[in-house]
Design a protein. Structure first.
Length: 322
């Protein structure tokens, strides 16, 4: 529990901070920083698979704990928040620079119509909808992370393939977040989010197919897709939150949205193991794919509070934070 709280504090601080410093290109920057949460795990995947057992777990965990403490504590000294509403009143960050990329991003991702407090954001109905979507999507992602290695071993793939599939998932999970963050500045956050969730769902069915064919290369390919979809939706929710509700209360608003991961961890890991025991890996992965499709349908219902569909097709004048 303490480890989970610590990870959440580090994650929330970094994601909210980068959104405050780079409001004009939030998708790409948020995705880049968000990716560190995934590809930072890569060395530990192999450490835990090849150098971790009941004979040395004290030493291994102590060393990793000290390493993480030193790195995070050291980085914290350089963290600095910009003042609230720190841009001059006559210069809006969303249009600052006047280049085509900023104009495109603004047209696809118009700024929030006002600075919503957490209570106001909840009353719009969009924040609860985002929470439900992240519960379902993160649950599928956590399920894949929890059972992919076990499924690979159950099918008969060697330990190297099993560990490598997890390594591929971690790397693509991180890189995918950065790529999708950049892509959302061009496509729009909502369209990119739906695309990512659909890829995650299709990857679950692909894993079943690869296991049925006993194809290691096909399995690694769908591990690639699963890693991409299983991480890339996080920066989309992180960027959608200030796009919909403004920056002034972003830490609290995004914290409410991201709290859905608590529920996701319960059914992605705990209930996932029960489904595997009852239905087998094929049934569990098929259910995960179906849940992803439901999450994609929910994401299609997202609308920016206070702005109609007709207005979203235009490039509106941004409203600065107040």
């Amino acid at each position: 529990m303490i480890g989970g709280i610590g990870a959440g504090l580090v994650y929330a601080t970094c994601i909210n901070m980068v959104g405050k410093w780079f409001p004009e290109r939030r998708g790409a920057r948020t995705g880049f920083v968000n990716g560190g949460f995934a590809y930072g795990s890569l060395p530990f995947i192999f450490i835990f698979n090849y150098a971790f057992d009941t004979g040395n777990y004290h030493r291994v965990l102590d060393l990793i704990g000290c390493y993480i403490l030193i790195v995070v504590f050291g980085c914290a000294f350089f963290f600095k928040d910009p003042p609230q509403n720190w841009w001059p009143a006559d210069i809006d960050p969303l249009t600052y620079g006047g280049n085509d990329k900023s104009a495109t991003s603004l047209a696809k991702n118009p700024p929030a119509v006002k600075q919503f407090t957490p209570k106001e954001a909840i009353r719009t109905g969009m924040l609860p909808l985002m929470w439900l979507s992240i519960v379902l999507t993160a649950g599928v992602s956590i399920f894949g992370i929890s059972f992919q290695v076990d499924f690979a071993k159950d099918v008969g793939f060697g330990p190297l393939v099993a560990a490598s599939s997890m390594g591929i998932m971690a790397v693509i999970n991180g890189i995918g977040r950065a790529v999708v963050g950049w892509l959302s500045d061009l496509w729009g956050r909502k369209l990119t989010l739906v695309f990512v969730i659909l890829v995650l769902g299709l990857a679950q069915f692909g894993v079943i197919w690869a296991g049925h064919l006993r194809s290691e290369w096909l399995f690694l390919f769908f591990a690639f897709l699963s890693g991409f979809g299983g991480g890339a939706f996080y920066p989309m929710f992180a960027a959608l939150t200030p796009d919909y509700f403004g920056e002034n209360f972003n830490a609290t608003n995004y914290g409410l949205v991201y709290s859905g991961k608590l529920v996701s961890g319960l059914f992605g890991g705990g209930l996932g193991s029960m489904v595997v025991a009852a239905w087998g890996y094929n049934g569990a992965y098929a259910l995960a794919g179906g849940v992803s499709m439901v999450a994609a349908a929910i994401a299609l219902l997202l609308r920016q509070p206070g702005r109609g569909d007709r207005e979203l097709t235009q490039a509106p004048q941004p409203q600065p934070a107040t």
